[in-house]
Design a protein around this ligand. Sequence first.
Ligand code: HEM
Length: 520
Amino acid sequence: MEASWLVSAFTCLACLALIISKIIQNHLSKQKLIPPGPKPWPVIGNLNLLGSIPHQSLHLLSQKYGELMQLKFGSYPVLVASSPEMAKQFLKIHDAVFASRPALAAGKYTSYNYLDMTWAPYGSYWRQARKIYLTEIFSSKRLDSYEHIRVEERRNFFSRLYALSKLQVNDCGKPVLLREQLSRFSLSSLTRTVLGNKYFSESKCDREGSIITLDELQELLDQWFLLNGVINIGDWIPWLSFLDMQGYVKQMKELSKRFDRFHEYVLDDHKAKMVSSGEDFVPKDMVDVLLQFAEDPNLEVQLTRDCVKGLMQDLLAGSTDTSPATVEWTFHEIIRKPHIIEKATEELDRVIGRERWVEENDLSKLPYIEAIIKETLRLHPLCTLLPPHLAIEDCNVSGYSVSKGTTVLVNVWSIGRNPKYWDAPEEYLPERFLDKKIDILGHNFALLPFGSGRRRCPGYKLGLKMVHSALANLLHGFNWKLPKNMKPEDVSMEEVYGLTTHPKVPLEMIIEPRLPIHLY
Ligand code: HEM
């Protein structure tokens, strides 16, 4: 009797163990393992790889290891998403989990200890800043109220180009350096929009009323983008951070001091005007709007002086770098394909005519120009890798378990060249955007020039206005040619990687006015 009781108890236990092991097995088989990157994958190997052209190296690796790949940077797991499906998982389906940023040295030292929007962790400060940007700073009404600045600065830009074109007649002048001219135009328009005034002088000789020259301000911004895109060893191997082996932290601190001097000057000037206006103060520029919020005692998170400086720097950096680089990339492509320029100018002549410039409200009537811009943003997205996203909790992504603290890099450059989504992906063909309406604002995950979801670029409306109107007018107002000694195949398509990716070799061109002289 006792023996049979023992046998049945034993059988029951064995069955239970079998059932439990089946459940565990079942669970484990549902949890896929994230495909690892190449093995062995030494830390320094990673860092070297990313020191070259990261999005290109990661693109090659993902072709071998898959659309989601796990790497290890020092002590930290890093996931690389290289397909529209995977981008959608991180930026839409699990957006709230991955909407933070890792605490890198760049955010600490160049962005007022994460007080700008780009590096702020997901939380109440970032949410509040984002709301101010979207409802106040980038509202359509406010952007329209700055249109006169964009028009005036465009006219100045084209007059300067006209003068340069006259110098080129009889081969006396030098070819135009497009980058230099675009940067000057962009800095002039956007400092006036963001700061209300240019605050820079054209050269060291006429410094009156400014503490910085155009070239110095441009250099600060270029440095900011470069240092915000570097792979700093101390970020990934914290016990080595005190050595600052690459010297990046030292450069970040120096940059921050120089930038801060400029920000202090601009803020003091704004504060003084605010005080003297008293009750009658009406915000005129974006910094005024931020200062007005800083005075509001009911804000959930008070805006300190450092917050205002961080957000102001964001606006200046975000606006001045992106638009000119997009126009520059466009010229690198179309100057090698004259039939595209012909088609664009045919559209401009037909819709606008040769008696006036293109205005912002004409842009929706220029589908070919729009297609050219979309094609540039597909092949040359400014953020080739989106700024890193960070998991704030454990999450199951498409069957893979991703742990809290994982950094996610979305390879937008690779996604824009995915043959599953794009015919002849390596070819520059604006026509592909003519037959179909393809969204570029984050709803189509095969094309993400502005990112998507909570962290999507808040300045896209202003960015697109600047790019469209500059490109349309540059093609409308001038004929563009390469210098005599240069062939289309000599145009360099090499890249310089940073938080944004630019052409390495600036383009030099010969220009010729297309419109009647009185328009310049
Ligand atoms: C052609 C023009 C532009 C392009 C292609 C562009 C692209 C981007 C991209 C890809 C991101 C990252 C999204 C992510 O992390 O997932 C971003 C973020 C951002 N952009 Fe832009 N941008 C442009 C213009 C502008 C302008 C004009 C401004 C401001 C005046 C601006 C301000 C910002 C800011 C503040 C962020 C950080 C948002 C956050 O982290 O929450 N951008 N942009």
